[in-house]
Design a protein around this ligand. Sequence first.
Ligand code: SF4
Length: 223
Amino acid sequence: MHIAGFTPNSFVDYPDGIAAVVFVSGCNLDCWYCHNKGLIDSGAVYYEDDILKRIEKHKGMLDGVVITGGEPTLENTEELIVFINRIKAIGLKVKLDTNGTHPERLIKLLPYLDYVAMDVKAPFEKYNVFTRISDKEITAMKESVKLILENIDCEFRTTFAPPLIKEDILEIAASIRGCKHYYLQQYVPTEHCKETLAHPSSYLVETSNLLRSNGYPCEIRGI
Ligand code: SF4
């Protein structure tokens, strides 16, 4: 495991619970608004055993552990399963965050996980506005959406960054129809993308309300 970051307790990363968050390095995408660019290139910084000891020490105050990144499915699948099982042996649930580009690995991981969160960054035909992406990866993401919806407790989420507009969000929602939790996340500019300003909060609320009025379980984060 290439563990590049660790948060001992977070109140916002596991649904209705407190979780430790393990960040792995490496990602196959290159989203321009990524907040973890430094972490992606940093390689392994922590020893797995040390992280597990810290999790065990604080297990009384934790509900689960989130494995995020970077892109966790780029880790060796067998090693990741061992890591997940070691967390479960401590008595904690495990959530995996993914960009969905590796359904062939995700399907092997699902039986060991309790929850999956997948980013859907744009309508699939507009993904290249946010990151370099191949047609093969787009097809893979569609497959991951189906796999996740059919097999596990899950959420999907979109960082509502310009140039995405309300109509794009409606299109994304249609592509994940059947999900129980869809989150619109407010985009926060970083040093490398500060010229792109966030949509007003009212626009997120308006979009979320429109989805909710059509029966979508849409909530907002970060405003
Ligand atoms: S998929 Fe996530 S971690 Fe990877 S570049 Fe995009 S925002 Fe960053």
